[in-house]
Design a protein around this ligand. Sequence first.
Ligand SMILES: Cc1ncc(COP(=O)(O)O)c(C=O)c1O
Length: 389
Amino acid sequence: MNRKEWLRSSGALLAGGLSVFSAGFVPREKSIKEIKRDITSTRVFISDADYARIAPQNLQARLSANENPFGPSEAAKEAFIGAMGESNRYSFGGLRDLGMKILEHEGLERENLLMSAGSSPILTAGAVYYGQAGGNIVTGDPSYSDMPSKIEEFGTEVRWVPLTSEYKVDLKAMEAKVDENTKMVYVCNPNNPTATMVDSEELRSFCKRVSKKATVFVDEAYIEFQDDMDSKTMMGLIKEGHDVIVARTFSKLYGFAGLRVGYMASTKENIEKFEPYTRGAMSISGPAAAAAGVTYLEPDYMKMVRARIVESKEHLYATLKKEGYEYVPSDANFVIFPINMDTKRFMQEMWKRGVGIRTWEFDNKNWCRISIGEMHEMETFAKAFHQIS
Ligand SMILES: Cc1ncc(COP(=O)(O)O)c(C=O)c1O
């Protein structure tokens, strides 16, 4: 039981007296968010029934987690297998090689990089640091809420700023929310769940101005889907010494969601703030580090993934148009669009037809988010969608 659940259950005890132990007591059904929190926790294993609710059986189209459907590159797989034989040793060498490649490409120093098993542990470290730092943090809404919602659980104020009418992160409105107590501003770019990107020059000048008042954390989990990612990243600001954090993951374009490699780049001061709350590179396995080292910026593989994502995305756009639906043009490997059905029912109807999706409710509308899959998965979605739309 985590702190929040304990508080909730002890609150229920106080409110309901001992009657909660009577024969009629029915435990509250967990929300999907709570089940996900449990399954990613190191302490709790979820029940079969809960597992079925977040991982429906017999999925023919897994379009729910923004994964790369094509798998890691052949070179990554070979490197992984090759490194297995040395897995009895701590993999200092492999980790160092990976780190040096990233630093060399970004023109940064060792003190600027913190690697981890995916970027989630970085976000968790940020939650622990900023959750305890007091003041407030500013973020978009809806955006990737992993770190902000954990910060809120610490009792620290989170200023949720609605997106623009184009469903982009509203930099102007966010800047207006920054005050002398703001410790951090989180910008997810491209934004999850809307897959929109803000203009890079606007974001760059936003970062330069706002970072004088608070740390700007730019989550670039999906930036690799951009052909010209190096001109769109905020990495360059770190070299210039701005108070900016950039987080990256191998989970998306590189197809490492299950392998777990990620990193953050920032000033020495920010790296030192996060470091105490994560095991850093030592949580990455040797084979995963070796695989990441060979696939990092692997040009043919990146080109292939981007092209196939565009191909499947065009198919999805055509399906939505044919069924008379609007969608938000996507800068990543997922697409969000408004639906005319209750979100829970829509998700269940899709599951029944073997299609895993995610839903949201914001801006007085119900939304479906589709992660881009292989072509046959997009065809399965199209068939199911035609039946229920
Ligand atoms: C915006 C964003 N940041 C970070 C993550 C965390 O990914 P991982 O821990 O697999 O690196 C995700 C995962 O979906 C994401 O969408």
